[in-house]
Design a protein around this ligand. Structure first.
Ligand code: XMP
Length: 514
């Protein structure tokens, strides 16, 4: 697609994806590439601007990540952030040294409003600093445009050459005016018109899919999650009933979820996508009987899912294309994009076998971040409750029931979870928390209800705040909400007599229980 592009060159910083997301919020398309990317490749992509990210190294050390000086001589505006700023100075003849103390956290910064980056920013504003090294001497031709009490060069620039360096992190929310600074760079300095809009993206993608598919047959595994739902609807809009969607109900979904998915995507819903629901509950429960070990449970669920899907695919016959709900962070994290290490590969219902009889894969959401997938979903009229759904793991409740899975335990965790979600929504907290759910511990304990002794299960409630799902902290839910949930669960869910709230962060815990 012919569109304006800004390139984020990744030097191993933890915020690389955040930089790209912020740029896209300014309606400018951008992609992340490793600092090892050849300069000729960068030139060939014809970017309107380049942003160098932070990173954990010291630029003056011999084997630290660096880049060819030519990058700054191509006439393309460059913005260096943190390590990127230091590297720019280092390469262009300035000096970077280790400071006596690390500057870390929210810091007051004084900016020069005559800088194109700071024109509409308050003269005294807050920024997020995280650095040991500092720019002790700027490169020739540059001028200092921001400072803090401890950092003489919080920003510097050489306007004629379009080179800008910022020591702090404008991309994080702790820098409240940071998005303005990035906007000023991509829109004003680089001159991007801001043509990255979801309505245009949806329209162009639909056209491109139509061309690619022709009159071929397409198969999509629909889980009811955000990514596969948005992908399916996009395909349906592009090719109508050449698409078949298979939804496997493995009996490990949230309460009523199977019916909800069917109501939207089934024959009575607004979409034309040959929806096939496979009720495979019994099959999964019988495979899982007696199995307690978490990894084995995951494996069994994953494999059985594939078997069911394959059987359905065979019934449909030769398909030309298979749809996958890959999104941009998957591309970056799998090492194809930026510099960050491959972190982990989850089993996902999207991760289908390559031995299904199909010719090619379609990944309509491959360029999008999660928030953009949601915007695309809204753009196509998918109901909000589906679009803003929280992530739900492929193995479903199977990994929220500690120990053996059976229909009775599924019922308990479904009922408890439904109450929890209902109360969180009632309290208006549903959009504010990264992920929250109930899980069933394998612990039974003694209680008393009425005058009767009980010996029942304990339910654990989990709610975490997270940006990237790689780290997370327990959310501070109001005590009254937790109390209401606790008493409703104990009163309404047969088989439960105790409720815990999980305070564990990730690491050392994980978000899910298994
Ligand atoms: P953990 O438990 O690893 O979870 O801290 C991090 C995020 O990933 C989700 N998750 C999965 N998603 N297939 C998925 O599609 C899986 O097997 C899987 N396991 C965990 C989890 O819900 C959380 O959002």
């Amino acid at each position: 697609m012919d569109r304006e592009l800004v390139i984020v060159l990744d030097f191993g910083g933890q915020y690389n994806q955040l930089v790209a997301r912020r740029v896209r919020e300014c309606n400018v398309y951008c992609e992340i590439y490793s600092y090892k990317t050849d300069i000729e490749k960068i030139k060939a992509m014809n970017p309107k601007g380049i942003i160098l990210t932070g990173g954990p190294n010291s630029c003056y050390e011999a084997d630290s990540p660096t880049y060819a000086k030519e990058l700054f001589e191509m006439g393309i505006p460059v913005l260096g952030l943190c390590y990127g700023a230091q590297l720019m100075m280092h390469i262009l003849g300035g000096k970077v040294e280790r400071a006596d103390v690390r500057e870390y956290g929210k810091t007051e910064v004084f900016v020069d409003k005559t800088s194109p980056l700071f024109g509409d920013v308050s003269e005294k504003t807050i920024c997020w600093m995280s650095h040991f090294d500092y720019i002790s001497k700027i490169a020739p031709g540059f001028r200092i445009t921001a400072h803090t009490a401890d950092c003489p060069t919080a920003a510097a620039e050489c306007q004629e050459k379009g080179l800008y360096a910022i020591q702090f992190h404008p991309e994080v929310l702790h820098t409240p005016e940071g998005t303005k600074m990035l906007y000023n760079f991509v829109r004003n300095v680089c001159g991007c018109a801001g043509d990255w809009k979801m309505d245009a993206f949806v329209e162009n993608s639909i056209k491109a899919i139509r061309e690619k598919v022709g009159d071929g047959k397409v198969l999509c595994a629909l889980s009811g999650g955000v990514d596969s739902s948005v992908a399916a609807v996009m395909l349906s809009k592009a090719i109508g009933n050449q698409l078949t969607c298979v939804f496997v109900d493995h009996g490990l979904l949230r309460k009523n979820e199977g019916d909800e998915v069917e109501a939207v995507f089934g024959p009575d819903g607004p979409y034309d996508l040959n929806f096939i629901r496979v009720n495979a509950q019994e099959r999964f429960y019988s495979k899982l009987a007696g199995v307690e070990e978490p990894e084995r449970k995951r494996k069994i669920i994953g494999e059985e899912f594939i078997r069911v899907f394959e059987e359905e695919a065979k019934k449909i016959g030769a398909v030309d294309f298979l749809v996958q709900g890959t999104i941009y962070p998957d591309v970056v994290e799998s090492g194809l994009g930026g510099e960050s290490a491959v972190i982990k590969s989850h089993h996902n219902v999207g991760g289908l076998p390559d031995y299904v009889d199909f010719k090619e894969i379609i990944e309509p959401l491959r360029d999008l971040f999660k928030d953009e997938v949601r915007k695309a979903g809204l753009e196509m009229g998918i109901p909000e409750y589906l679009v803003f759904r929280q992530p739900f793991p492929g193995p479903g409740l199977g990994i929220r029931i500690i120990g053996e899975v059976n229909a009775e335990k599924v019922r308990i965790v479904q009922d408890a979870d439904a109450i929890y979600r209902e109360e969180i929504a009632k309290a208006g907290l549903d959009r504010g928390i990264g992920q929250y759910f109930a899980a069933l511990t394998n612990m039974r304990s003694v209680g008393v209800m009425g005058d009767e002794r009980t010996y029942d299960y304990a339910v654990a409630l989990r709610a975490v705040n997270t940006i990237d799902f790689m780290t997370a902290e327990a959310a501070e839910l109001p005590f009254e909400v937790l109390q209401t949930v606790m008493s409703r669960i104990i009163n309404e869910v047969r088989g439960v007599n105790r409720v815990f709230y999980d305070l564990t962060s990730k690491p050392p815990g994980t978000i899910e229980f298994e």
